[in-house]
Design a protein around this ligand. Structure first.
Ligand code: PLP
Length: 452
């Protein structure tokens, strides 16, 4: 019986010869793969359901075309971030400024990556960003690598191999994607010397580790994505700096987020302050700095020059697109222009409320009869392990029905990613970029057209 119904399915050749598929501009190999998949789907339905009838060739060709179009689209796509989390790791962390995006585009062809245009000789790959970093932070020397995880690995591998490195128990953190400080330390050849307790570590705990000979270096890690609240104590970087100078041991600091003092980042240790006390400081390029993925290393001349000379530096080097975007991001900071993520983090509640009201008024006529569309208060967070425990005053447009709309928006040409809260879909305005309102409105208009 099932055999009969299966034989009712059109043959592959017939399907491929139909106008929908034969006439489409997609590569033949892709269309064939899609047609095979459409047939296989239909076969599975027939096998699973004895009542089901074989779909016609027209229907199958339509489905195959849909599959082929989906296969032809790039997998990595632009989305609208309506989550309100500016440094959303799943959505690519910091959005580049127009200047940084343009710089990356310009560098995509040939560029003077390692060529000195004045002298016509080989030039420094990272010199331009190093100059900017020194000017911005007051560091003696600077260097950049692929990301902050690489920066931590390089710093420990080169400066403390075989040494005991004292670190507070409260700072042995895991930062998303299985980046664990103890694991990186083990890989670098440094020996982990835990001091203090999870909630309390005093300066004396570090001093004792140096006194007993267990440790010969100090490491401070900014515990990015959590905050221990209540009965806590941690030694300040300044205290550790004084101790390290007294005992003549290196003090290394993984700042994680890298907040420049000029940014609106309450509760974050400033890069400039860390540079003053530590021998080497490292942080991410795509967190609070608001640039491309990169690992920034700043510090004293001799220590940073050792990092640059190490063979590992070559394996961890930054590519030309990121270098170009990083240089432009640093130029933004130099010129007093906040990169988009920093501007979003500093946005005032009143400004966000107005944005949400304007968007809600625009979307309301596009909501099918009687469905809610309202500006609501919605507290946000920085994301990306930055500013943990800091709640930002935020505003969103709340829509219903939450689940169906969430799926529809996610499947839109330019997917719109919001967040469901208490039965409503919240589109947070903090993280919207210019033009995103048009995309949301176009999607909603289509939804209204399809919804009875
Ligand atoms: C985010 C973070 C890292 C990892 O940085 P990437 O740039 O993502 O590699 C390392 N250490 C700390 C403290 C962080 O917050």
């Amino acid at each position: 019986m099932a055999e009969n119904r299966l034989s009712g399915l059109p043959k592959m050749d017939l399907l491929l010869a139909r106008g929908e598929l034969a006439g489409c501009a997609l590569p033949y190999s892709l269309v064939r793969r899609a047609a095979r998949q459409a047939l296989e789907e239909a076969r599975q339905v027939l096998l699973a359901d004895p009542e089901a009838r074989a779909p016609g060739a027209g229907h199958l060709a339509g489905r195959a075309l849909e599959l082929a179009q989906a296969m032809a689209r790039p997998g990595l796509r632009r989305v609208v971030n309506a989550t309100g989390v500016p440094l959303h790791t799943n959505l690519g962390r910091a959005p580049l400024s127009p200047r940084a995006a343009e710089a990356a585009l310009q560098a995509a062809g040939y560029c003077n990556l390692e060529y000195d245009l004045d002298r016509g000789t080989r030039g420094s790959r990272t010199g331009r960003v190093e100059d900017l970093l020194r000017t911005l932070t007051g560091a003696e020397e600077a260097f950049v690598v692929n990301n902050n995880a690489a920066a931590v690995l390089l710093m420990l591998s080169v400066l403390t191999p075989g040494l005991g490195v004292a670190i507070s128990r409260g700072e042995l953190v895991e930062i998303g994607g299985a980046f664990r400080v103890p694991d990186i330390m083990a890989r670098s050849g440094a020996r982990l010397v835990e001091v203090g307790t999870t909630n309390k570590t005093r300066l004396g705990d570090y001093a004792a580790a140096l006194d007993t000979g267990a440790a010969q270096a100090l490491l401070k890690v900014h515990p990015s994505n959590f905050k221990v609240v209540g009965f806590t104590q941690a030694a300040a970087l300044a205290e550790l700096g004084v101790l390290a100078r007294e005992r003549q041991v290196p003090l290394l600091c993984d700042l994680g987020s890298g907040a420049l003092a000029a940014g609106p980042f309450p509760g974050e240790p400033a890069v400039e302050e860390a540079v003053h006390w530590a021998d080497v400081v490292c942080f991410s390029g795509d967190k609070l700095l608001g640039g491309p993925q990169a690992g920034i290393l700043l510090g004293r001349g001799a220590a940073v020059r050792r990092l640059k000379r190490d063979p590992l530096a070559r394996a961890l080097r930054l590519d030309k697109l990121s270098l170009a975007a990083l240089e432009a991001t640093l130029m933004d900071w130099r010129d007093g222009v906040l990169p988009p993520a920093a501007a979003m983090l500093g946005a005032e509640g009143e400004h966000l409320r107005k944005m949400a009201e304007v968007l809600a008024a625009r979307l309301a006529p596009l909501c099918p009869g009687g469905r809610a569309c309202q500006a609501v208060e919605s507290p946000g967070e920085a994301g990306g392990g930055s500013m943990p425990g800091v709640s930002l005053p935020g505003w969103a447009v709340a829509l219903t029905p939450a689940e169906e709309l969430e799926r529809f928006f996610r499947g839109w040409e330019t997917p719109v990613i919001g967040r469901i809260h208490r039965g409503r879909l919240l589109l947070d305005v903090r993280t919207l970029l210019p033009g995103d309102g048009d995309i949301i409105a176009a999607a909603l208009a289509q939804w209204k057209g399809e919804t009875p």
